[in-house]
Design a protein around this ligand. Structure first.
Ligand code: ADP
Ligand code: MG
Length: 373
């Protein structure tokens, strides 16, 4: 067997650094100048729509796709650049894919014992420990087709963890499962990765999954990094309308900005008065700008103790749609030439189409972007 990189013996195991990664298939640019680094024990979620290059980036890190330009370091060692190529089997990287890729002719325990860890062959005892982590000891001697899809995906994760990788790469591992199971596995996987303090890059197109799992999210758009941030910061201060809408549902209302005064259909206000000034890349004058009001930041009642940033308005209910966790209302607002969408729990209200209410939102919660974003 080829000797693996001795990354764990150094001071920062798991540390990954990507610099200026650019990749294309034929002439089609897939990744454009991607750079980021991650800390040991960090979970990074690569978030982006289908086709945004997420899997390509994972394959480059794993070494199963040839790098065209840029460099990748793991724990300070170059693993690939113009002149270096450390083969995949020496990178101490574990991968988990959507299709569990278990061997159908091997029992669960034999599947886990299949690979090598740092000390050579994985023993039955070590494999059993992995099965304990995922609560599947009772199925050790069953074959993959005898357990459910969710259980198979857990085994795939355990099989990869049994090889004691420094870095775990997960490519949409739960996307083939139904939503309830996906949520359960999300919780379990995060617990497992954090308990073992493994550095992980988790690819997903699902914002909820990224928000739950990630220490930091890397949002990809049009072959570039749109934003790198913690889930909290990305929700609070998205860098663009694209980033905002990828994570939350917003109403977008056209406004203009002149000398820091935002002129909106709701009235005018000074942008500098807004708490946190959540207007990014906004200079003082814009004929066209966009004001984003989150659908669940509009409330269907008068505010008991409004502050000067609260905007109260009369609304009429145009349409009601119900979901399990909330209801969605379309509202017409006087002076606004578009309906507003509001998401809220309607448990205590008996709202009917045609009802007139007072509603409010707070300017402190809005986002403003220039027209060219
Ligand atoms: P994602 O994982 O974000 O859905 P991928 O990295 O799989 O995106 O693919 C990005 C783009 O590159 C897609 O348009 C895809 O069709 C294309 N692509 C991926 N792999 C290849 C390949 N081996 N040859 C040619 N085009 C590819
Ligand atoms: Mg993919």
């Amino acid at each position: 067997m080829l000797q693996k990189l001795n990354t764990k013996s150094q001071h920062e195991p798991g540390y990954i650094e990507l610099k200026n990664i650019t990749h294309a298939y034929d002439t089609k640019k897939i990744l454009d100048d991607i750079s980021f680094s991650m800390k040991d024990g960090e979970i990074i979620c690569l978030l982006g729509a289908s086709g945004s290059g997420k899997s390509t980036l994972l394959r480059l890190i794993a070494g199963v796709e040839a790098l065209i330009s840029g460099s990748i370091k793991i724990n300070g060692n170059i693993i690939v650049d113009k002149t270096t190529f450390i083969p995949p089997e020496r990178r101490n990287i574990g991968m988990v894919f959507q299709d569990y890729a278990l061997f159908p002719h091997l029992t669960i325990i034999k599947n886990i014992m299949f690979g090598n860890n740092r000390n050579g062959k994985i023993t039955r005892e070590q494999a059993m420990t992995q099965l304990e982590y995922i609560d599947l000891v009772a199925y050790a001697d069953d074959y993959p087709n005898m357990i459910s899809g969710g259980q198979q995906q857990r085994v795939a994760l355990a099989r990869t963890l049994a090889t004691e990788p420094d870095i775990l790469l997960l490519d949409e591992p739960f996307s083939g499962l139904d939503s309830k199971l996906r949520e359960e596995l999300r919780v379990e996987t995060k617990k497992l990765i954090k308990t073992k303090n493994i550095s992980a890059i988790f690819v997903t197109h699902d914002a909820e999954e990224a928000l739950y799992l990630a220490d930091r999210i890397i949002l990809l758009n049009d072959s570039k990094i749109e934003q790198i941030d913690s889930p909290k910061n990305m929700l609070k201060a998205p860098s663009s309308i694209f980033a905002a809408q990828y994570l939350r549902r917003y109403n977008i209302v056209e406004v203009s900005v002149k000398d820091d005064i935002v002129v909106s259909p709701f009235g005018s206000f000074n942008i500098k008065n807004l708490c946190c000034c959540r207007h990014t890349k906004l200079k003082s004058n814009h004929k066209i700008a966009h004001m984003l009001i989150a659908e669940n930041d509009i409330h269907l009642e008068t505010h008991d103790a409004p502050d000067k940033f609260d905007h109260q308005m009369d609304v009429k209910v145009l349409q009601i749609n119900h979901y399990s966790e909330f209801s969605e209302l379309q509202l017409s607002v006087e002076g606004l030439n578009q309906p507003l969408t509001l998401r809220t729990s309607l448990r205590e209200k008996d709202v009917m189409i045609g009802d007139v209410y007072q509603a409010h939102f707070n300017y402190k919660n809005i986002l403003i972007f220039s027209g060219d974003q």
